[in-house]
Design a binder for this molecule. Sequence first.
Ligand code: PMP
Length: 253
Amino acid sequence: GIRIYGGRIFRASAHVDRLFEGAHAIRLPVPVGKDALVAAMHETLRANKLTNGYIRLVVTRGAGTLGLNPFKCSKPCVIIIADTIALYDEDVYEKGMSVIISSVPRNSTNALDPRVKSLNYLNNILARMEAVDAGVSEAIMLNAAGMVAEATGDNVFIVRDGVVATPPPHAGILAGITRGVVLDLARKVNIPVSQRELTRYDLYTADECFLTGTAAEVVPVVAIDGRTIGQGAVGPITRRLKDAFHELVRSER
Ligand code: PMP
């Protein structure tokens, strides 16, 4: 998932690098080079007359048999979907959202590492259904050891005593492009950052909490499992990073 702001593909090379890395990890041959992929995305944007929106770039092993042997899929191909996207209501960004912690553990890194951004979202979807049942928009998933991993489609951050903290990639998360941008933005304005393991307790007792993702951007979280986070409103560091992110996507060339 890649965002288009003002006709520009945001962090195109970071997305394409991550795609190639994940494909390599699952032995999926990408049938075109990185430059050609970026060029094809631009072409798709032109064809769809989109200057703001969202691209879903998919690499498939192609048509095969009904069995599980992927090497029988002889012709890998690329599908580029360009559309508009609005994940959450506008007021969520001002007032913050409530989330739950899911009972479904995130896939373990030794089974299917969440660092591979594949379309196999069933693990996340099982957790998301619990969020829907609870009447909230997102669920945070813990890993098999009970440490915080990520939300079903976003990364998780907390702020505690002025330090921005988020789980490390080995906790079983997608190394989000937005996560990386937000860590860089925090460092730039001298907000200390820490990639460390977090527990459920760390979430409940955080001063602030927010989620990051390409589609979601930076979303404040103000309640988790019925516990109010901080003052129950968007915290000052969350607001600063959210504003800095919006400023960046509008200005970056
Ligand atoms: N975790 C998961 C499971 C995701 O699907 C996504 C992207 N939708 C993210 C994290 C955030 O990654 P990015 O910032 O690269 O969009």
